[in-house]
Design a protein around this ligand. Structure first.
Ligand code: ITT
Length: 200
């Protein structure tokens, strides 16, 4: 089975390929499908933004398309940057933004945070499948690790001593918000393919 993956983020593309390929689902990125655009993320939730991206790619290609909208929610920022994670601190490097976030969280009692990922797959006939994954954790005291991307070097998953950026891709995918969301999506997609129904 092959789907268009509506993303311009190469790190997400790599992770999603590794998560879905063993489950019999291959993805073609929108740029590989000949579409170079960035849909405007005007939604107010992760799911709404994932739907906007997936619809844009489905309409451009005429093929089933899936998208993920994801981000980090930090208690010290009242759940921010959340859906604004990719735009937060724009103009600066992720390292600079991460170091600033450590400083902000250091002044607060609560280091709690979570990564959230919403997945929406849309089909040309209008049907859709949605799924979500979350991983709880906290903002670490130091910036560490060289794997992953974005906020991984400051996010320590619950039950771990080091950040997500200290994990290899397969270890991250086994526990991550994205791994959880896309495995849940894959289960629903297989039911959909067998029964022709979206079991929400
Ligand atoms: P597309 O919209 O093209 O898919 P994007 O990077 O803009 O790419 P999002 O709008 O979903 O994607 O924003 C997600 C941001 O949240 C991402 O750029 C990171 O800053 C952060 N993020 C999401 N998942 C992450 C992960 O697994 N590790 C670290 N940071 C992550």
């Amino acid at each position: 089975m092959r789907l268009i993956f509506a993303t311009n983020n190469k790190d997400k593309l790599r992770e999603v390929r590794e998560i879905l390929s063993p489950l019999g689902i291959e993805v073609t990125s929108q740029s590989e499908a000949g579409c170079s655009f960035e849909a405007e993320e005007t939604g107010s939730t992760f799911t709404e933004n994932a739907r906007i991206k997936a619809r844009a790619a489905m309409e451009a290609t005429g093929l089933p398309a899936v998208a993920d909208d994801s981000g980090i929610e930090i208690n010290a920022l009242d759940g921010g940057p959340g859906i604004y994670s990719s735009r937060y601190g724009s103009g600066r490097t992720y390292r600079e933004t991460c170091l600033e976030l450590i400083d902000i969280v250091d002044t607060c009692q609560d280091r709690g945070a979570r990564f959230r990922c919403a997945v929406v797959c849309v089909f040309p006939d209008g049907r859709e499948i949605t799924a979500e994954g979350v991983i709880e954790g906290e903002i670490g005291h130091v910036y560490e690790g060289e794997h992953g991307f974005g906020y991984d070097p400051i996010f320590v998953p619950e039950g771990f001593e080091h950040t997500m950026a200290c994990l290899e891709d397969d270890e991250k995918n086994a526990i991550s918000h994205r791994g959880r969301a896309f495995r849940n999506f894959a289960e629903k997609l297989h039911i959909f393919m067998e029964n022709g129904e979206t079991k929400e």
